[in-house]
Ligand binder design. Structure first.
Ligand code: CMC
Length: 429
């Protein structure tokens, strides 16, 4: 017999179905609750609300488990390439050699962006934040490919949009960077891998022969994989909800980029480095900053600490911390901010406030240290997160479309004024 939950409201008892996921996690299906009882559920920030059934990413916040399509993140970060992981997320299985070659070729062939788009860059003020540029540019792509405006085309057409997005996002990101520096843009080079090509477009110059350091390209590959999906987070939920209105994929991804930008989400990687720099410039008194973070009258939070789902440890942070050490070691670099980061982690993790609330370093705490070592400027950190997260957003959008999910439209409990009559302006007090 299938499991049910019983709820008693106004003396009446109702039965609601219980849904069990493939990893044994359970949910009470309340989709018919309002029709049965007149009640809705209230859950600000959706802290305890499942918005969908999904077969893409599994994470267990208590045990610190993260798997894409069943594969542990540790194995993928160690052994796979980013494009292999992108294929896995989007097509649900790891590609065989023929499939990976086809996918890689298709991505490589679409890295160029229309020359007319370069004129957009001229209109952005110097020093524009690259996330603002990226979100606009991705939305603009829909105007260059008007057929994409119907998201219900045959999959072969949708697939072209998917490949174009993965191919063009790094090109646009690197162009935004070059534009802000007043440097000439570098066109993509088709004989390079995905990460090598991005580094070439970022750091290459027409006047010199830029050689990609394999240490840097491998570290970037790992970082992108670690960011590739994270189930129903703020930006993925945004992509799904925008897409659920049948808006096209480009605009749905553009909305995801905007959601990622915030410092409580992907923007935390930039905020962490700015915080560590502030602490360093302030004399390095860590206890002072930990105390500020604990003070409820102070809006300061330890950036890179805490997570909505991970209440034990973030498995991505564990991998990234080690990768940061490896990268600095291999490049023979010493970053004073990594010492501050490690000391801050030690101080915070011994503090009852952080222990009691399950606040641990998250993926963003150490990722900025690696980006710095790779030469990526601070305001490009969240852009790096976006490049990594793109396959996840696409997979989430595709699943939502294939499931035929209804338009996302939450309800509310109204707490405003009751019915009252309009008063002409000269009669108002
Ligand atoms: N520093 C100090 N206190 C904190 C922090 C922090 N970083 N994070 C949470 N708390 C406290 C919070 O004040 C609250 O305390 P109390 O119970 O006394 O009111 C308690 O911990 C629970 O916090 P919450 O805000 O209710 O938790 P949440 O699940 O809504 O927020 C979070 C999760 C990630 C937004 C939050 O931990 C945060 O703001 N962290 C800093 C920003 C950050 O690093 N974001 C990146 C997240 S990982 C990358 C990604 O996937 O987006």
């Amino acid at each position: 017999m299938s499991e049910t939950a019983r709820i008693i409201l106004d003396g009446n008892e109702y039965e609601l179905p219980v849904i069990t996921g493939s990893e044994g996690e359970k949910a009470i299906d309340i989709s018919k609750l309002r029709g049965m009882t007149g009640y809705i559920t209230l859950d600000s920030g959706f802290k305890n609300t499942g918005s969908t059934k999904s077969a893409i990413t599994f994470l267990d916040g208590e045990k610190g488990i993260l798997r894409y399509r069943g594969y542990p993140i540790e194995q993928l970060a160690e052994k796979a390439s980013f494009l292999e992981v992108a294929y896995l997320l989007i097509y649900a299985e790891l590609p065989n050699k023929t499939q990976l070659d086809w996918f890689t070729d298709s991505i490589t062939m679409h890295t160029l962006v229309h020359e007319d788009m370069r004129r957009f860059f001229e209109a952005f003020p110097t020093d524009s934040h690259p996330m603002g540029i990226l979100s606009s540019m991705i939305s603009s792509l829909s105007t260059f490919y008007p057929e994409s405006q119907n998201p219900n085309r045959p999959f072969a057409d949708i697939e072209m949009t998917i490949h174009r997005l993965i191919a063009k996002l790094p090109t646009l990101a690197a162009q935004a960077y070059k534009n802000n520096n007043g440097h000439p843009i570098m066109y993509p080079k088709n004989d390079l891998s995905y990460t090598e090509n991005f580094l070439h477009m970022m750091f290459g110059l027409p006047s010199s022969n830029y050689e990609v350091d394999p240490v840097i390209s491998d570290a970037l590959n790992k970082l992108l994989i670690l960011h590739a999906d994270h189930e129903q987070n703020c930006s993925a939920s945004t992509v799904r909800i925008v897409g659920s209105s049948q808006a096209n994929l480009y605009s749905s991804i553009s909305a995801g980029i905007a959601a990622l930008w915030g410092p409580l989400h992907g923007g935390a990687n930039q905020a962490v480095i700015e915080m560590l720099e502030t602490i360093k410039n302030d004399g390095g008194d860590l206890q002072k900053w930990v105390d500020k973070a604990k003070d409820k009258t102070d809006s300061f939070r330890l950036m890179g600490f805490g997570h909505r789902v991970y209440k034990n440890f973030d498995p991505r942070a564990k991998i990234i911390k080690k990768a940061a050490d490896d990268v600095l070691d291999k490049l023979g670099m010493d970053d004073p901010l990594i010492d501050i980061a490690k000391q801050l982690e030690t101080v915070a993790l011994q503090d009852e406030y952080f222990v009691k609330r399950g606040l641990y370093p998250n993926v963003d705490f150490y990722s900025g240290i690696i980006y710095r070592a790779l030469g990526i400027p601070t305001d490009m950190f969240t852009v790096m997160f976006a490049i990594g997260r793109l396959p996840g957003w696409i997979a989430q959008w595709k699943e939502m479309m294939e499931n035929g999910d209804p338009i996302g439209r939450p309800r509310q409990i109204y707490t405003g004024a009751n019915n009252r009559d309009y008063v002409p302006v000269n009669e108002r007090k």
